[in-house]
Design a protein around this ligand. Structure first.
Ligand code: NDP
Length: 243
C-alpha cells in the first residue's frame, strides 16, 4: 500500500456523486470500498476501477440498518487492514409540500440522510479512535443552509448533517477530521424519486442548470488530501449560474 494511499469507504456509491467520488479517489491511488443497495451497479463500477488500474471492492449496504453499516466498516478492515475515511454520501430527496403529509417519505429521508450518517459515525468512530485517527466526509447540501418550499424535511435532514458533523468535530480533539461537503444542483439520479407532482414540476426549473458530479468528487478529494493537521470543515459548491 502506497504511503499516501488511504482506505476510503463510500456510501451511496452506485450512482451520481458517490460513483464519481469513488472513481476520483481510486484514480488518486486510494483503496475504495463501495456500498449501496444496487449491487449490479457496484459490481460494474468496481470492475471499471480495477480495469483502470485502481483498487476497489464492494459490499451491499443499507445505511438505515446500523448493524449493516458496522459490517460494512468491518469489511474495510478485513480487506485492507484499516479504515481512514468514510464518505457518508447516501441520500434521498423525495420532496413534497408538508401539507401532502407524505409521512413515509419524511421517514425515509430521516432514516437515510440522518440515521445513515449517524450509523456511519457509530460504526467507524471506534475504529478510527483505536487507529489513532480518521476522517469523516459528510455530504450535506445547499439545503443545509437555506429552506425552500417542498424541501422542509429534506433541508431539516441536511441541517442535521451539518449539526452532527460540527458536534463531532468539536468533540474530536484533533484525532478525527470532519468535513462537510455541500453540493448545489448536481447531475445525478437524486430527483428521480420525487413522487409529488408539484415538487417534480418545480424541480425541472430548479435543476435546469447543473454541475457534473465530478465537481463534488473534486471537493472530497481535496479535503482528503490535506495534511493530517489540516481539517477542511465546510465546502459549498454551486453551479456558477444556478442554485
Ligand atoms: P443519487 O440518487 O444519484 O445517489 C444516491 C445514492 O444513495 C445512490 O447510490 C443510492 O444507492 C444511495 N442510497 C439511497 N438509499 C440508500 C440506503 N438506504 N442505503 C445505502 N445507500 C443508499 O443522488 P446524488 O448522487 O445526487 O446524492 C448523493 C448525496 O448528495 C446525497 O446525500 C444528496 O442528498 C446529496 N446532494 C445532492 C445534490 C444534487 O443536486 N445531486 C445536491 C445536494 C446534495 P442505492 O439506491 O443503490 O442504494
Amino acid at each position: 500500500m502506497r504511503a499516501s494511499a488511504k482506505v476510503v469507504a463510500v456510501t451511496g456509491a452506485s450512482s451520481g456523486i458517490g460513483e464519481a467520488t469513488a472513481l476520483r479517489l481510486a484514480a488518486d491511488g486510494h483503496h475504495v470500498l463501495l456500498g449501496a443497495r444496487r449491487t449490479d451497479r457496484l459490481e460494474q463500477l468496481t470492475a471499471r476501477i480495477i480495469a483502470d488500474g485502481g483498487s476497489a471492492s464492494f459490499r451491499r449496504l443499507d445505511v438505515t440498518d446500523a448493524a449493516d453499516v458496522r459490517a460494512f466498516v468491518a469489511t474495510a478492515r478485513e480487506r485492507y487492514g484499516r479504515l481512514d475515511v468514510v464518505v457518508d454520501n447516501a441520500g434521498v430527496m423525495p420532496l413534497s409540500p408538508l401539507a401532502e403529509l407524505k409521512v413515509d417519505e419524511w421517514d425515509r429521508m430521516i432514516d437515510v440522510n440522518v440515521r445513515g450518517v449517524l450509523h456511519g459515525i457509530a460504526a467507524a468512530l471506534p475504529v478510527m479512535r483505536e487507529q489513532g485517527g480518521g476522517h469523516f466526509v459528510n455530504i450535506a447540501s445547499v439545503g443545509a443552509y437555506e429552506v425552500s418550499p417542498t424541501a422542509a424535511v429534506y433541508c431539516a435532514t441536511k441541517f442535521a448533517v451539518r449539526a452532527i458533523s460540527e458536534g463531532l468535530r468539536q468533540e474530536s480533539a484533533g484525532d478525527i477530521r470532519v468535513s462537510v461537503v455541500s453540493p448545489g444542483v448536481t447531475e445525478s439520479e437524486l430527483a428521480d424519486s420525487i413522487s409529488d407532482p408539484v415538487a417534480r414540476e418545480a424541480m425541472k426549473t430548479y435543476r435546469s442548470v447543473t454541475i457534473p458530479a465530478e465537481a463534488i468528487a473534486d471537493a472530497v478529494a481535496f479535503a482528503i488530501s490535506r495534511p493530517a493537521e489540516v481539517d477542511v470543515n465546510e465546502i459549498v459548491i454551486r453551479p456558477a449560474a444556478g442554485a
